[in-house]
Design a protein around this ligand. Structure first.
Ligand code: ZN
Length: 376
C-alpha cells in the first residue's frame, strides 16, 4: 500500500495551484513617487491588483487598462496603472505566464501588451531604413570608389590565383586542333585590337572544361578562357564564339568581377553589422581566389556585356549579333533550364537574345541618321 500523502504536501499543492497565490514579486511606486514599496502583483478574475507584504490592497485596475512594457532582455518590466502608479518586477517569466493566463480571459490585454511598443518600433524602423539606405546608396558609391583606387596588381594576383586553382581542380589540357585554335586566336586579336588600348592585357586560353562544361570566362586582368566543349558546341561557327568572347571582354572592360567582389564584401560587412557574423561561404568568396567563380554577375552586368559584344563585333568588322546565335544554340541544345554552369552564370537567354537584336537595330538606326553620334 503506498504511503498516504502527508497533510503538508497536500496543502502545498493546493497552495501552488490556488489562483490566489499566483502573485509576482516586485516593487510598487505611488504616482509620482520614487519610494519603492515591496509588493506583489496578482490577477483576480479580470482585475490586476497590487498587494503589500501585509496583504493590504494598494492598487486595482481592469486588466485591459494596465500598460505592460515590452520584454527586452532582462530589463525590469513596468506595469502602469491608470492612476500612474507603477509596479516594477524582474520576474519576466512570471509576467509572461500571467499574460498568457490572462489572455484566455482578456485577449485584448495580451494583444495590447505585445503590440504596443512605440519606442521599439521606431528604433527598429530607423535601423531598417539605415541598412536599406546604406545598401542602396552608400554601398554602390563605395564599390565605385574601391574599384577606382584598386591598383592593377590586385586583379592580376586574383586572376593568376583563380586560373591556378581552376587548372588544379577543374580544367584539363585542351584537345582542340591547332587549326581551330588559330582561327579563334586570330579573331580574338581583331577584337582586342578594337578594344580601348591599355585597359587590359588580354590573353586567350584554351582548356578542357571538365565539370564546367561548355563555357567561357574572363578573369579581371583580361585572362580569358574558352573550353573545348563550347568550341565543339558551336560546330565551326567561329563568329558565334567571337561574339561570346566579345561578351567576356565586356565583363573585363566594365570591371564587373571587381565590382561584384567589392559588392559581396560590402554586403558581408552589412551582415556583420546587423548579425555580428559572416557565414563561412562568404569568407570563402573573400579569401579564396577560386571564389571569384562563385559570384555570378547581375542581370545588368550581363546586359552590359551583351551590348559590349554587339558594339565590339561591329567595330572589328564581324556580325554584331553573332552572340544571338549563341543564345539560340544553348536554348536549343541545352534547354534554358539553368542546368549547366553556363546557363546559371548567364541566365535568361531568350530575353537576352531579343535585347541583343534590339540593341544592334538601334545602333544601325543611329548610324543612318546624320548627327546621331552627338545625340547618343
Ligand atoms: Zn557574362
Amino acid at each position: 500500500m503506498p504511503p498516504a500523502p502527508s497533510s503538508w504536501t497536500w496543502k502545498a499543492s493546493i497552495l501552488v495551484s490556488d489562483p490566489r497565490n499566483d502573485g509576482i514579486a516586485g516593487e510598487w511606486f505611488r504616482p509620482g513617487s520614487s519610494a519603492a514599496i515591496t509588493a506583489q502583483l496578482a490577477v483576480r478574475d479580470e482585475y490586476g491588483l497590487i498587494v503589500d507584504e501585509n496583504g493590504h490592497e494598494l492598487a486595482r485596475d481592469w486588466l485591459t487598462d494596465l500598460n505592460v512594457s515590452a520584454r527586452i532582455g532582462s530589463v525590469a518590466r513596468r506595469i502602469t496603472f491608470r492612476d500612474n502608479s507603477v509596479f516594477e518586477t524582474t520576474d519576466n517569466d512570471g509576467v509572461d505566464a500571467m499574460l498568457a493566463r490572462a489572455g484566455s480571459k482578456t485577449g485584448s490585454w495580451v494583444h495590447r501588451a505585445e503590440a504596443f511598443h512605440p519606442r521599439l518600433i521606431v528604433f527598429m524602423a530607423v535601423g531598417v531604413l539605415l541598412v536599406v539606405a546604406i545598401y542602396k546608396w552608400a554601398l554602390p558609391a563605395l564599390v565605385e570608389l574601391a574599384v577606382a583606387v584598386t591598383p592593377p596588381v590586385v586583379p592580376q594576383i586574383m586572376s593568376v590565383a583563380t586560373l591556378k586553382s581552376l587548372d588544379r581542380a577543374m580544367f584539363h589540357e585542351s584537345k582542340l586542333a591547332d587549326e581551330a585554335k588559330k582561327r579563334l586566336s586570330d579573331g580574338f586579336a581583331d577584337l582586342v585590337e578594337h578594344s580601348p588600348p591599355g585597359t587590359a592585357n588580354y590573353t586567350l586560353n584554351f582548356r578542357g572544361g571538365g565539370l564546367l562544361g561548355p563555357n567561357a570566362l574572363a578573369l579581371p586582368d583580361g585572362t580569358l578562357v574558352i573550353t573545348d566543349e563550347l568550341v565543339d558546341m558551336a560546330s565551326g561557327d567561329t563568329e558565334l564564339l567571337l561574339g561570346v568572347l566579345g561578351h567576356e571582354i565586356g565583363h573585363v572592360e566594365h570591371e564587373h568581377s571587381l565590382r561584384q567582389l567589392y559588392r559581396a564584401a560590402g554586403v558581408a560587412g552589412l551582415i556583420m553589422i546587423i548579425g555580428g557574423d559572416v557565414g563561412s561561404g562568404m569568407e570563402d568568396i573573400l579569401v579564396e581566389g577560386g571564389g571569384l567563380l562563385s559570384l555570378s554577375f547581375s542581370r545588368n552586368a550581363e546586359a552590359e556585356a551583351d551590348r559590349h559584344s554587339v558594339e565590339l563585333m561591329a567595330r572589328a568588322g564581324y556580325d554584331p549579333v553573332a552572340i544571338a546565335r549563341f543564345f539560340e544554340l544553348i536554348e536549343k541544345k541545352l534547354g534554358d533550364k539553368g542546368r549547366t554552369s553556363m546557363l546559371s552564370t548567364h541566365p535568361g537567354t531568350p530575353e537576352r537574345r531579343q535585347a541583343v537584336l534590339d540593341h544592334a537595330g538601334s545602333l544601325a538606326t543611329a548610324k543612318d541618321k546624320p548627327g546621331a553620334d552627338q545625340v547618343r
